[in-house]
Design a protein around this ligand. Structure first.
Ligand code: PRX
Length: 683
């Protein structure tokens, strides 16, 4: 069943989007200078429609430098395990760094600002040298082609350097977001079987040092037998324990290594990275991306959607721990030879003007962030951004969740001064690159819609039977009909789950994104939400089962059910129903609530902490024992119950679930910070 479409939520969404009538045409001025104008876009669409694989093959030849050219474009003989450009060989860091040395070696690749205000610039030549040094150091530590390297760093240039150093030698990186806790890090390292962990003494966030090495040590003490070496970057300078024989400082590891490293010429299908994301079971999925197809997707979408020109300064606020930071910090913009801004810290440190000050000070021209950040900063009032010169901005982007029209309009008017187009980009960890978005010089936008698929992407909305749904007010499953180069290849170590999760719903006919959507009369797509048990909190995916397992691992908890509740800033917040061992806690439960929230934070990371916890004697279940989540969702939202409760084993439980609310303690982090999903601001 389509979850969102079944309830009132869906009809409200459809109602609200049907009432959204505003459209914004690209200005003549923007269109005239854009890399892709309406005519070019139409030509690209025609070409892709005429020869899908041929279209991508042409781009792959033009955009990427191949050591060995490919002769096979798309191999679908093993569908749904598609491969692209399989007999071609290339190197990703070569395509992002070496290719620029002759023409823009001195151009700034990365401008970095740390939270304390320290600024560092790395030219393409310097970045290339640092990548080579670390690549050589990794080789010296025994890392070879195909080995996995886990990266657990703050958002500093070394995170980007580490990713490129891995791919330079054919090692597969797996970045773990620095906001994840030790157990989450341990699970991810163990699943990848990484040989080396690259971490730091810490990073700065909200004026505090985030103790990454302490968390890493804990993860390694509890497991991770595959890790042979830990390379530790000195960032905060605070004392850390170094385990002799295992731990090595970054600056010592690279000492004496050459600033040149011959790239490994790997096959296009060689895995570039693994990145874990939540699904509807308790175990996160290790999304496996390719090298050639992925890089092509990241590069062309950066060009098309962000319209980058030579003089632009591009700031994507996402941490490299999320896919957005992979495709639109580390890979796409560098492949294009752009200048990117990297900012380590909190958007509200020392105050809520930090993002706008960064835009002003570093002359940011293209800015890409998440709706949750926009909503949180919007709450602070217009006078905050009003203090800064934002006149350099020319294009704004949004990603991670549907952007509500109110936030869209504020972003447009207050941040964009009414002159910047907004690109609302729909995509996923799995898709590798943006699949649906306006092109800023060619597509009319409507607040709240990601508009239409990019050239070469055949997205559709289908009903339960797989038939295309074209009625404007009817939603369905969002699917992609044809394979595309930057799609995930499999789930690391679990191809069966890959097939089941993305392809089984319609017998392998299309890629099933897990979102519901509908199209309006102009063919514009409007994303309604997830159809599975996945929440979208501040643009980040959280599996309800992961949070439930974390709760149940607490000694006081017997059973738990987690649902999402709409939240003004975060989009959705975590609402947990908890059944305790022994008697149901009554009276002042604040201490237990705080303890359970902290517990979840320790197991998974701060973003997963439930906002609300409600205690009950038991959970509503069907006679076959399934938890009735839809019912719990309605209760959490305070909606009237319209579901059929006749199958409920214990109907009396309803009053209890509705009647006894134990409000969670006030947010520990200020609401704004929580909305920005510390320490990252976009998915
Ligand atoms: O539900 C959609 C939502 O985020 C999900 C993907 O999450 P993740 O893999 O963490 O990647 C986030 C960044 C690419 C999607 O299934 N989503 C992402 N972008 C949008 C969106 N929902 C609506 N509009 C968007 N622009």
């Amino acid at each position: 069943m389509l979850r969102q479409l079944g309830g009132t939520m869906a009809s409200q969404n459809i109602e609200s989007v049907l009432h959204e009538q505003r459209t914004f045409q690209p200005s003549a001025e923007f269109a005239a200078a854009a890399r892709i104008g309406a005519a070019e876009l139409a030509a690209l669409r025609r070409e892709a429609a005429g020869d899908h694989a041929g279209f991508w093959a042409r781009l792959a030849r033009e955009e990427l430098v191949w050591k060995t050219p490919f002769t096979v474009t798309l191999d679908d003989s093993n569908a749904p395990n598609y491969s692209w450009f399989a007999d071609g060989r290339l190197n990703v860091s070569f395509n992002c760094l070496d290719v620029h040395l002759a023409e823009r070696g001195e151009k700034t690749a990365i401008v970095f600002e740390g939270e304390p205000g320290d600024v560092r610039r790395l030219s393409y030549r310097e970045l290339h040298a640092e990548v080579c040094r670390l690549a050589n150091a990794l080789k010296a530590q025994g890392v070879g082609c195909g080995d996995r390297v886990a990266i657990y760093l703050p958002l500093v240039p070394e995170a980007v350097i580490a990713m490129h150093a891995c791919n330079r030698i054919g090692a597969i990186h797996s970045v773990v977001f620095g906001g994840f806790s030790a157990p989450a890090l341990k699970d991810r390292i163990e699943d990848t079987g990484a040989k080396v962990l690259i971490t730091a003494d810490g990073g700065w966030r909200g004026g505090q040092a985030v103790e990454l090495k302490v968390a890493a040590d804990k993860a390694l003490a509890d497991g991770c037998p595959s890790i042979e070496r830990v390379i530790v970057l000195k960032r905060t300078g605070r004392p850390v324990l170094m385990q002799p024989g295992r731990d090595l400082w970054w600056h010592e590891a690279i000492e004496g290594h050459a600033a040149h490293c011959e790239p490994a010429w790997i096959e296009a299908e060689h895995p570039l990275f693994l990145l874990y994301t939540s699904g509807s079971t308790g175990k996160p999925k290790g999304i496996q991306h390719s090298s050639g197809g992925y890089l092509l997707g990241a590069k062309v979408t950066t060009r098309w959607v962000f319209d980058l020109h030579e003089a632009d300064v591009f700031w994507c606020t996402a941490d490299v721990g999320w896919v957005t930071g992979h495709s639109y910090v580390t890979y796409g913009p560098l492949a294009l030879g752009a200048t990117v801004l990297l900012y380590e810290g909190s958007p509200t440190f020392p105050d809520g003007g930090r993002f706008w000050k960064l835009c002003q000070d570093h002359r940011v021209s293209v800015f890409y962030t998440a709706p949750t950040a926009i909503r949180a900063l919007m709450k602070l009032g217009e006078e905050v951004p009003g203090r800064y010169d934002l006149s350099r901005l020319r294009l704004l982007g949004s990603v991670g969740e549907p952007i509500n029209p109110e936030a869209w309009m504020w972003y447009h008017r207050v941040i964009g001064g009414g002159r910047c187009p907004i690109v609302d980009t729909w995509w996923q960890t799995e898709t590798g690159a943006i699949l649906m978005s306006p092109l800023p010089g060619a597509t009319a936008t409507k607040p709240g819609s990601c508009t239409v698929p990019l050239p070469g992407i055949e997205a559709d909305v289908v009903d339960e039977s797989g038939a295309s749904v074209s009625r404007a007010d009817t939603g369905g499953y969002l699917v992609v009909r044809k394979p595309w180069p930057s799609m995930l290849r499999t789930l690391w170590g679990d191809n069966e789950r890959y097939r089941a999760a993305y392809w089984s719903r319609f017998n392998g006919r299309f890629y099933v994104a897990g979102d519901s959507a509908h199209r309006d009369g102009d063919g514009y797509f409007w994303i309604l939400g997830r159809v599975d048990d996945v929440l979208n909190v501040s643009g980040h995916r959280l599996g309800t089962m992961e949070i439930e397992s974390a709760l149940v691992s607490h000694p006081r908890v017997a059973e738990a059910a987690v649902v999402g509740k709409p939240h003004e800033i975060k989009g959705e917040s975590v609402f947990a129903y908890v059944v305790c061992r022994g008697a149901r806690p009554t009276g002042d439960t604040r201490q237990l609530v705080a303890e359970l929230r902290d517990w979840v934070g320790q197991q998974l990371g701060a973003i997963a902490k439930p906002e609300h916890i409600r205690f009950a004697d038991n959970l509503p279940k069907t006679r076959s024992g399934k938890i009735m989540r839809r019912l719990l969702r309605s209760i959490a939202r305070g909606e009237d119950i319209i579901q059929d409760v006749s199958t409920l084993e214990n109907p009396a439980i309803l009053d209890q679930l509705r009647g006894i609310e134990t409000p969670a303690e006030a947010e520990e982090e200020p609401g704004l910070e929580a909305g920005l999903a510390s320490p990252a601001a976009a998915g």
